[in-house]
Ligand binder design. Structure first.
Ligand code: SF4
Length: 376
């Protein structure tokens, strides 16, 4: 599960802690208080053009920009959906690797879905990203930059939609939620992902000042890392991609299940909820005639309820967005309805996820996979 070490990106301001920023500036022969000025431009003002840093001497602006704000993400393609309120961006990293992020603007919130690895080594057979394998881990700053880019576009008024008339204008142009559900298995790149969460949640001007409650980290179930995250002191929401309540099927749909089985991953999820007091989300992609049978809904309810009924869990059902050429497709509507009904009848809270971005290939990793196929 160790990522290849190719293509280490240059160090960026968003890779460094506030103390490291001050030290780096001093190593450049600069005064440490400049760190706060640069952080304020980057995290608060979202200003990456040094010409706008008017509180810094002109010669110093270029020097700091070159040293600390190297370009990490180069846009390759932007796709719009949902009347321009969903924006999916394909990025090329400095070494040519492709990743994607998606901004989704709702009337009451803005969610960024970010990638944490270029490719993914988990090999889930229904997922386009999984078919290409893992290229490399992304750095903390490469993750943070996806969010900063979304925040910048909102700030510039480039994204359609927004809150209804009369809503609090302060809520208009902020990224309120970040979900680690783009390319990659976040907990397989643990250090950079937790580093990114810290950059997102550190109060301004040293970070983006988001609430940890607005951040969701998904995992296929790397149990030791789930346990570590529970002790990390960052109360993010954990989303466990379960997709099957029994080992026989989950071994096929989520191959890492052969290492940590259903009992072990659900135990770790329950433990996470118990430790952090944060409700865990169980992700379950509904695949026609594969995992959407009524008996599996009953079994899922049993597996979850066995750990108690104190509101520790919520099930998110996701209609499958099939990858091209895949043998699997989305469930019939009546099977989806019955699945929901059976979970609800056993007291398990459940929602069917909004399928934003479907018209621009909403399944994780699909856009990047398409571009790779075209030899870009
Ligand atoms: S579904 Fe997620 S964990 Fe599985 S291969 Fe795709 S990106 Fe990786």
């Amino acid at each position: 599960m160790t990522a290849p070490r190719r293509g280490k990106p240059p160090v960026h301001w968003a890779d460094l802690t506030p103390a490291e920023r001050r030290e780096s500036l001093e190593a450049e022969g600069q005064r440490a208080y400049r760190a706060r000025q640069l952080s304020s431009h980057y995290f608060e003002g979202l200003r990456t053009d040094p010409a706008e840093w008017t509180d810094l001497p002109p010669a110093l602006r270029e020097q700091l920009a070159t040293k600390f704000l190297p370009t990490l993400l180069n846009p390759v393609k932007t796709s719009l959906a949902d009347a321009g309120t969903t924006v999916k961006t394909l990025w090329r990293l400095h070494d040519g690797a492709l990743v994607e992020s998606v901004l989704m603007r709702y009337p009451d919130r803005v969610t960024m879905c970010v990638s944490s690895q270029a490719g993914c080594g988990m090999a889930c057979p229904f997922c386009a990203t999984g078919q290409g394998g893992l290229q490399r881990n992304m750095s903390t700053a490469e993750i943070v930059e996806q969010v900063v880019d979304g925040a910048r576009r909102l700030d510039r008024g480039e994204i359609a939609g927004g809150p209804p008339p009369g809503a609090d204008p302060g809520a208009r142009d902020r990224v309120s939620n970040v979900v680690f559900m783009g390319m990659g298995e976040p907990l397989a790149n643990y250090k950079a992902v937790v580093g990114a969460v810290r950059q997102l949640t550190t109060p301004a001007p040293d970070g983006l000042g988001m609430s940890a409650r607005g951040i969701t980290i998904s995992t296929v179930g790397l149990v030791p890392r789930m346990q570590q995250l529970a002790q990390e002191g960052v109360p993010v929401t954990l989303a466990l991609s379960l997709h099957a309540p029994d080992d026989e099927l989950r071994d096929e749909l989520v191959p890492i299940n052969t290492r940590w089985n259903v009992e072990e991953v659900v135990d770790a999820a329950w433990e996470y909820a118990r430790t952090t007091k944060r409700r865990v989300s169980i992700e379950y992609i509904l695949i026609r005639d594969i995992n959407d049978q009524a008996f599996r809904a009953d079994l899922l309810a049993k597996v979850l309820r066995r750990r108690g009924n104190w509101g520790w869990v919520h099930v998110n059902l996701i209609p499958l967005n099939p990858t091209p050429g895949s043998k699997w497709t989305a469930s019939r509507r009546r099977d989806e309805d019955e699945f929901v009904r059976r979970l609800e009848s056993k007291g398990v809270p459940v929602t069917v996820r909004d399928t934003r971005g479907r018209e621009i290939d909403g399944a994780c990793g699909q856009l990047a996979a398409t571009e790779v196929d075209e030899g870009l």
